[in-house]
Design a binder for this molecule. Sequence first.
Ligand code: HEC
Length: 199
Amino acid sequence: MQYRAILAISAILLAIAACNSPNSKAKAPSAEEPNETQDALERGNEIAFEAQGALMSQVSSALQQGGTQYAIGYCNLKASGIADSIGALHNAQIGRIATRNRNPNNYLKNATDSAAYQSFEQAMAAGTTPEPVLKEVDGERYFYKPIVLKMEACLKCHGTPGKKVQKETLEALAKTYPNDKALGFEIGDLRGAWKIKLE
Ligand code: HEC
């Protein structure tokens, strides 16, 4: 009896040990990871979509209300409260980055920003659609989504001076953004990217 009991226990222990063997452990993450990445990408896309929608409706109603110069004051994500409200709703930090930035705070901040941005620029140069990417740094996850200029309305403030951007708009922009690099764009250009820290 006793011998059998020992055998049975050893069998159970062996089974447990097998479950924890490096082999079975190695399988688990590779089976789960794609889903996790997919989920994070979907979450990032959803947040970017909402923030974009909120910003667009705010800027377009400001354009209708008071014209281009007036609307300039409604393009900052933080001042408008959009970054905070949508960020709090989704437990995320929402921002935008660009190499040709208007707001000095929106320039790329680190190697991860640069790597993500470069992947967008490379896709653009190759004539393909740049795709969102997820980056992990020190256990933190960052979602990046390219912003390609698609609407004529964007050119009122980001197009070629004198041609699409009126003199009064240029003057108003220069007051708040003396180092503005976000002019001279055309439809189809990469204007910037959403950068969203998923918490
Ligand atoms: C009324 C003028 C105006 C219009 C129209 C406008 N923008 Fe902007 N945009 C600005 C201003 C002002 C900023 C700087 C906001 C800030 O202080 O963060 C800005 C910033 C940005 C940024 C962040 C990077 C940077 O340069 O600081 C992106 C990306 C951007 N705009 C894309 C667009 C797109 C895409 C459209 C069209 C859907 C658009 N903008 C329409 C005025 C405008």
